[in-house]
Every structure is written in C-alpha cells, then in structure tokens.
Design a protein around this ligand. Structure first.
Ligand code: ARG
Length: 467
C-alpha cells in the first residue's frame, strides 16, 4: 500500500492509501493534463476572488498567482513531473503549487474539484469550438478557391447516383460550403451554451463562505455581449450537467457526417468511371501489388473517421443516461471522448483543406459528361408546360420521347420534329432549342438555383463570408 500521505487532499479519514491497481484504474491525469492552461486560469481567477473577499491576503494571492504562472511554464516546457498517484490535473497542479507556495493550502477554499472540472471544461469547450470553427473556415476557403478557378465548369448533378440535371461544379461545391457553415454555426452555439461559470457551486451545494461568483466569472470571460457575468443558476445542475459534452460531440459527429459525404463525392469523382477530378498525390497512396493504383485514402479516412466521431457521441449519451444527480466518478470518463472528437475533427478539417487545395478538375471530362442531352429532359417537359400542357402530361410525353431515343439509339436532341410531334402535338418546331446548356442554366434564375446570376450572387456572398 502506498503511504496515505500521497492523498493529502482527501486522505484525512483514511487509514490506508489506494492500491496501486486502483491508482492506475482511477487516474485521469494521463488525459486531463491537457486541461492545465484552463485549470491554471480557473485557479488564478479563484485566487483573485478569494483575495477580493478577504479570504486571502494580497501577498498570498500574489504568491499563488506567480506560482501558477511558473507551473504552467514548466508544463509548457515539458519539465513538469506528472504523478498518477495524485489522480488528476487539478491535484497535480495544486500539490506542485503547495510545495513552493505555502499559501496554496488556502487555494481550494470554497471550491471543489466538481465545480473546478466543470469550469475547466467549459473554458476548454469555448476554446475548442473556436479552433474548429477556424479550421472549418480554412477548408471552406479552399473549396471557394476551387469554385473560383473552375467557374465555367458544368457537371451532371445526381440523385440516386443517376445523372439528373446539369449544374455548375461551383453550385455543388457551394452545397458543401452550406453544410460546413452550419457546422460552424453549431460550434458557435455549443460555445455559447458553455458560456456560464460554475465556480462557486462547490461540490454540490455552494459554500458558506462569502465568495463573489460574478467577479470570478468576469475574470474568466464568462460574460455576455454587454460584459455582464454569466453564472450557472443551480449548484447541483452545475456539477452534474454534461450537456455541453454531448452537444460538442454531436456537433463533431455531424461535422464528420458532412465530411464523409463530401469525401464520398470526391471518391466517386476521382474514379476512372467519373474522372471529374484528380486528387493530389500528397493525400493518396499506392497499392503494394497493383502498380497503376492511386487510392483516395484521405477521403476514405475522412469517411471512416466519421464512425469514430459518432461513437464518441454514443459513449457520452450512454455514460450519462443512468446517473443520479449529482457528480459520480463515472463522469471522469466524459473527457476521453470529447478530446478524441476534437483531435480527430481538427485533423479531418485540415486534411479536407489539404486534399481540396490540391484538387485538379478535369474540365474536358466534365464537359463531355454534362453534354448528355438526357440531362435536359426535365427542361423539355417545362417547355411543353409553357405551351399549355399540364406537367403530368408533359412528363409522360417526354418519357415517351426518351424511350424512343433509347430504342432507336438516337441522342435525345437528334430525333426529328415529326417524331416528337407524333408523340405529343404540344411540341413545336423550336423544341430542340431546349438542348442548350447555357440557355437552360440561364433560365434557373431564382434564389438558390444554379443559374449564372445566382451563381454570381453566391460567389459574392461566400467571398464576403469567408474574407
Ligand atoms: N478527475 C475528476 C473528474 O474528471 C475530477 C472531479 C473529481 N471529483 C470527485 N468528487 N472525485 O471527474
């Protein structure tokens, strides 16, 4: 048995310290040490507040503040000695501080690790959301650059993975920008929800000491747009609540799902069957057996990582669902999934940026594919509608025209006027004029449509949003 003095923070009522196996089982410092900058910020704000209300002298406060700065510098330099016997990041830092600053024994006044860790994590979520948002923005910019460089390229749009209607490549890329913009909005919402300071909730029921929660909240940046302090409103909820974890993991999981769909498009587009794009060598690998292969590994891993991001969300939902209020040690398992989601989501965003930045669009191949006149069959039905035919009838008539074209092996636009007129009298002599891509797109002028005027509007909008 280790000496009980190893657990000075709670060892008072114990006759023996934890077993070595128990220490190994229960430590979290191996993963929560990354919270050190947030833990130190929280402790410095807490110490400042204790000094303000007279629970620390100015001198004690100054010693604690400088001592914490020194510890953080040691940690940053990799010189800090982490000790699993001290369980977690909080106790490691406090013990190191107490060794050099005797007044540090007062630092935990009116505080519990329960409100401490809740505070650390809320600070971390705000930081993590800001980092991810910036990374996603970089990916959006890379996509906008591809769109700009290939403004005139048209491709078939697909439903059911069957050619549907022609669209500018940029319109497809802008669909991705919309998805990623929603992800950024979601991370902003998660950060906004995290913006309330739990400090002062104590272990569960606050404290009898005369603390100033507003002061601490303000120091830590838990403020609204007007600078007013934002506090959690129920001490029990504050230490039991893990909604922010679930929301963060959910935002990462949905971001991962978007990445997966984008990746899937790129995988298809880069296949010989499509040939719309070439992926950069730097983000592909070869086959050890087949010399001709160039595999879209970065995209496949983007698709694969999304499974992991979903798994982390599931872990958190399951972890929290059966827990009685308030804190339970189970909750220590809340951190590995969110840290992993952050790390993987950040990596994925960077990899998407890198892959997209090296994308080579094959304009010739795109043009050849989009030249398929069948892509404008719907426009032909619309043509009949403009000549007074009901859409259902028009749809049926054009279906028959397509069938004839297929049967005779004739391109849709090369049938004779007599042939189509025989199918439906609504077809006039100008029916084949429909088969002009430029004209077809120009007619799609409404908001959100892929016509040139709208596309120009979207280019302006995204350039402004992503400046
Ligand atoms: N390492 C712990 C965690 O992450 C800190 C809170 C400990 N609280 C307690 N009552 N043992 O959950």
């Amino acid at each position: 048995m280790p000496k009980k003095s190893a657990q000075a923070t709670w060892g008072g009522r114990f006759a023996a310290g934890p077993a070595a196996l128990m220490l190994r089982f229960s430590e979290s410092v191996s993963f929560d040490r990354r919270l050190a900058p947030f833990d130190v910020a929280g402790s410095q704000a807490h110490a400042a507040m204790l000094a303000r209300v007279g629970l620390l002298t100015a001198r004690e406060h100054a010693a604690i503040h400088t001592g914490l700065d020194a510890i953080l510098a040691e940690i940053a330099a990799g010189r800090f000695k982490w000790d699993v016997a001290l369980e977690d990041v909080h106790m490691n830092i406090e013990r190191a501080l107490t060794r050099r600053v005797p007044a540090a024994a007062k630092l935990h006044t009116a505080r519990s690790r329960n409100d401490q860790v809740a505070t650390d994590m809320r600070l971390w979520f705000k930081h993590a959301c800001a980092v991810l948002s910036e990374k996603i923005r970089a990916a959006q910019r890379a996509l906008l650059a591809v769109a700009s460089a290939n403004r005139d390229v048209l491709i078939p749009g697909y439903t059911h993975l069957q050619r549907a209607q022609p669209v500018p490549l940029a319109h497809h890329l802008f669909a991705w920008l919309e998805m990623l913009a929603r992800d950024r909005a979601r991370f902003a919402a998660v950060a906004a929800h995290a913006n309330a300071c739990p400090l002062g909730s104590g272990a569960i029921a606050g404290t009898t000491l005369p603390i100033d929660r507003e002061f601490t909240a303000r120091l830590l940046g838990f403020v609204d747009a007007k600078g007013r302090p934002q506090l959690t409103q129920n001490s029990m909820d504050a230490v039991a609540d893990r909604d922010g974890f679930v929301e963060f993991a959910a935002a990462c999981a949905l971001f991962g799902t978007h990445l997966s769909r984008i990746a899937e498009d790129l995988i298809l587009w880069s296949s010989a069957e499509f040939g719309f794009v070439g992926l950069p060598d730097a983000f592909c690998t070869g086959s050890s057996l087949m010399p001709q292969k160039k595999n879209p590994d970065s995209c496949e891993l983007l698709r694969g990582k999304s499974a992991r991001l979903q798994g982390n969300l599931q872990t958190l939902l399951t972890l929290t669902k059966g827990l009685p209020l308030t804190y339970n040690r189970d909750l220590q398992e809340d951190k590995p999934p969110v840290f992993d989601s952050f790390d993987q989501a950040a990596l994925c965003a960077d990899v998407l940026t890198g892959t997209v930045a090296g994308l080579a669009v094959n304009a010739v191949r795109c043009a050849a594919t989009v030249a398929d006149p069948a892509l404008l069959a719907t426009d032909l039905a619309d043509y009949l509608v403009t000549r007074g035919v009901a859409f259902r009838d028009a749809h049926h008539a054009v279906g028959a025209v397509v069938k004839l074209a297929e049967k005779t092996g004739t391109p849709l636009n090369k049938l004779s006027s007599a042939e189509v007129k025989k199918i439906h009298p609504g077809f006039g002599p100008d029916w084949a004029k429909v088969f002009n891509l430029k004209r077809a797109l120009a007619k799609r002028a409404g908001t959100g449509m892929p016509g040139p005027a709208q596309l120009a509007r979207q280019f302006t909008r995204w350039k402004k949003l992503l400046k």
